[in-house]
Design a protein around this ligand. Structure first.
Ligand code: PDD
Length: 287
């Protein structure tokens, strides 16, 4: 993690940046977050992440703590102070501090803002992508508003831990109808036997992944056929390829599901190509 964190208007040493015990983010997960991939010190997919941040906040009736422009300056300054080129930038906005009471405070609180940044070694990330990762399935057990990017991530953390214990990199939630919803921290995709790229639409109870939207635009521009309907784990196992998308994963090939190979069990051409195209586009449009 970078040495400097932004906390409520000040840059502080990371090890000494503390939030209050009655912060509602801490007590009720009454907070939202965003994660940007950083390319050459610049924020990827800026508009998508800002738009989703504004929407998440508005769904919780929390005011944007500052304008997009002001926030961009603070986010970039955090990256600069930590001297990060390639990495991840984390922003969390909670409702703020108030005496513990489930309902929202009646007297106005100042949203608490935390920004941290960490470096990622792109060579290591590319080596991982070249090998592909394994995924497990877990029952969908999250609340009904996964479209809001809140820090209430306990089911996601437990799913990720279950994956880790099985030597996998990600867990896919499977709903009561037997369809994959999304990953613990990524969206889920397959490439069918006829070359169609499939990811479920966002009417389902899933996060509206910013990487997902950018990749859909790329697929359209490339003339690749898209199907936004849900798929089952069995369909994924019968698919040619699979991959996940997210600010951390970017476009990451998946080669096994629940211990069984997907396609020939190796990284496929579509996922590799889409990873390159996505990174190229994200670099070109980062700010
Ligand atoms: N997670 N679905 C879930 C549940 C996620 O947590 C994420 C991102 C995504 C992909 O969204 P995007 O493409 O906008 O990053 C989908 C971030 C990276 C995280 O929690 O660290």
């Amino acid at each position: 993690m970078g040495r400097i964190a932004y906390l409520n208007g000040r840059f502080e040493r990371h090890a000494e940046a503390f939030v209050h015990i009655e912060d509602r983010g801490y007590q009720f997960a009454d907070a939202v977050y965003e994660v940007w991939a950083l390319f050459d010190g610049k924020l990827s997919d800026p508009d998508g992440h800002f738009a989703r941040l504004e929407r998440s906040l508005s769904e919780l009736q929390i005011d944007m703590p500052m304008s997009r422009n002001a926030l961009t300056i603070v986010l970039r300054e955090t990256v600069r102070q930590n001297r990060i080129r390639d990495g991840l930038l984390y922003l969390q906005v909670s409702r703020g501090v108030a005496p513990r009471d489930h309902a929202f405070p009646t007297t106005p609180t100042s949203p608490a803002i935390v920004i941290t940044a960490k470096a990622i070694d792109r060579a290591t990330a590319e080596a991982k992508a070249a090998k592909g990762v394994s995924v497990i399935t877990v029952p969908e057990n999250r609340w009904g508003r996964c479209d809001i990017k809140t820090v209430g991530l306990l089911p996601n953390a437990m799913a990720k831990q279950a994956a880790k214990e099985k030597g996998a990199a990600e867990a896919w939630f499977v709903d009561d109808l037997g369809f994959v919803t999304e990953g613990a921290s990524s969206n889920a995709w397959i490439v069918t036997a006829n070359g169609t790229v499939k990811t479920r639409d966002t009417n389902a109870n899933i996060l509206r992944g910013v990487t997902r939207y950018t990749l859909l635009d790329i697929l359209q521009a490339e003339g690749i056929s898209i199907d936004q309907s849900p798929f089952t784990p069995a369909e994924a196992l019968a698919a040619n390829e699979a991959f996940i998308t997210g600010a951390g994963a970017l476009v990451l090939p998946v080669v096994a599901l629940d211990g069984k190979p997907i396609g020939n069990g190796k990284v496929g051409p579509m996922a590799s190509r889409l990873r390159c195209l996505y990174i190229e586009q994200a670099r070109a449009t980062a700010i």
